[in-house]
Design a protein around this ligand. Structure first.
Ligand SMILES: NC(=O)c1ccc[n+]([C@@H]2O[C@H](COP(=O)([O-])OP(=O)(O)OC[C@H]3O[C@@H](n4cnc5c(N)ncnc54)[C@H](OP(=O)(O)O)[C@@H]3O)[C@@H](O)[C@H]2O)c1
Length: 327
């Protein structure tokens, strides 16, 4: 497994990050794998050389962090792995100080994540979303504090607009606070609106891009058709991954993925991942896998070269989304 720098930071990360939103407890979402089912997948990831792992405090309401921290620290030396987690969303009921990015919340959440992960520092601490109800300077200063306190090594952001992210980078620079080293954004062949503003911003600012849902929550994996889109539990019960979220042009993109896959004699999922991994702004896609075979296939996809003609065919049917829409 190759390593790359996370943007212009000094941190080495593997070219694939394993996402662990799907590991935790079925009480949270029906498609989540419990500890006994997830552990072999974490073992497989380590065997394949993956050393970069993404979780969040809200995944299975903390259970994902517990499972991931315990397994990885039993399998690897702490300095070998890069653990990324996130905060913002409420873990239980909403209420005062139970969500968002105030100083109080950041201090509470970092300690709670450290306890669940079973480690004394987080490599990459990410804001899952920006908090419109807390001044950005309060958030940035508190994130800088948890770095200075030795609890966090780098900070990252996720799921935000380019203007908000640009403002946060600028405010951090202006005040001498730690700046975001990474952007975890939604980016795949059927969600490319990030190419307009966010990706050029990240490239210009030396921010590492670690896109989530590289297969559009399984849509680009080739197992869904218009007639039978609910073939797996994930497809059937993941609200974002359901067929009605996908537009005619997205089905046209999927048809092109299948066409290029047939031409190269590879599975569609590998084509979708190879396309993403080869985008110049992308540092390390965050994969979500349900089986060891899917993981192996994603790792093998890094070897596939998509040429310019294939790239144009894959990209051609895409239409930008209307203003204000988000997936
Ligand atoms: N920051 C955020 O807001 C945010 C949001 C979403 C996700 N994430 C992060 O990104 C990670 C990945 O997200 P995701 O699970 O949505 O990723 P994804 O890769 O888009 O979707 C994963 C699904 O794709 C299918 N799949 C995976 N490998 C395959 C293969 N080799 N062949 C065929 N199908 C394959 C499986 O679907 P089936 O189960 O149907 O087979 C799997 O459940 C998460 O774990 C999380 O860490 C972050």
């Amino acid at each position: 497994m190759k390593y790359v720098k996370l943007g212009s930071s000094g941190l080495d990360v593997t070219r694939l990050c394993l996402g662990t939103m799907t590991y935790g407890s079925k009480d949270w979402r029906p498609w989540v794998l419990e500890e006994a089912e997830s552990r072999p997948l974490l073992e497989k990831a380590v065997e394949l050389g993956i050393r970069f792992f993404d979780t969040a405090d809200m995944y299975s309401l903390g259970r994902s962090e517990e499972i991931v921290g315990k397994a990885l620290l039993e399998m690897c030396r702490r300095d070998e792995i890069v653990i990324a987690t996130k905060l913002f969303f409420p873990l239980r009921d909403e209420g005062p100080n139970r969500q968002g990015l105030s100083r109080k919340r950041i201090y509470d959440c970092v300690d709670a994540s450290l306890r669940r992960l079973g480690t004394d520092y987080i490599d990459l601490y990410q804001v899952h979303r920006f908090d419109p109800r807390t001044p950005i300077d309060e958030t940035l200063r508190a994130l800088d504090d948890v770095i200075r306190a030795g609890k966090v090594r780098y900070i990252g952001a996720s799921g935000t607009t380019a203007w908000e992210f640009a403002r946060a980078l600028y405010r951090a620079d202006q005040n001498g606070w730690s700046r975001f080293a990474s952007m975890q954004n939604h980016y795949n062949l059927v969600y490319r609106d990030e190419e307009r503003e966010m990706l050029p911003l990240c490239q210009a600012e030396g921010v590492g891009v670690i896109p989530y849902s590289p297969l559009a929550r399984g849509f680009l994996g080739g197992s869904r058709t218009r007639e039978q889109w609910n073939a797996t539990t994930r497809a059937e019960t993941d609200a974002f991954g359901q067929a009605d979220q996908f537009r005619d042009c997205d089905w046209a993109v999927l048809a092109r993925v299948v066409e290029v896959a047939e031409q190269l004699g590879k599975p569609p999922a590998q084509i979708a991942l190879a396309w993403l991994a080869q985008q110049s702004a992308v540092t390390a896609p965050i994969i979500g896998v349900r089986t060891a075979e899917q993981m192996q296939s994603m790792v093998d996809a890094l070897e596939i070269e998509i040429d310019d003609e294939q790239r144009s065919r894959l990209e051609e049917p895409y239409l930008p989304r209307p203003l204000g829409s988000d997936l």
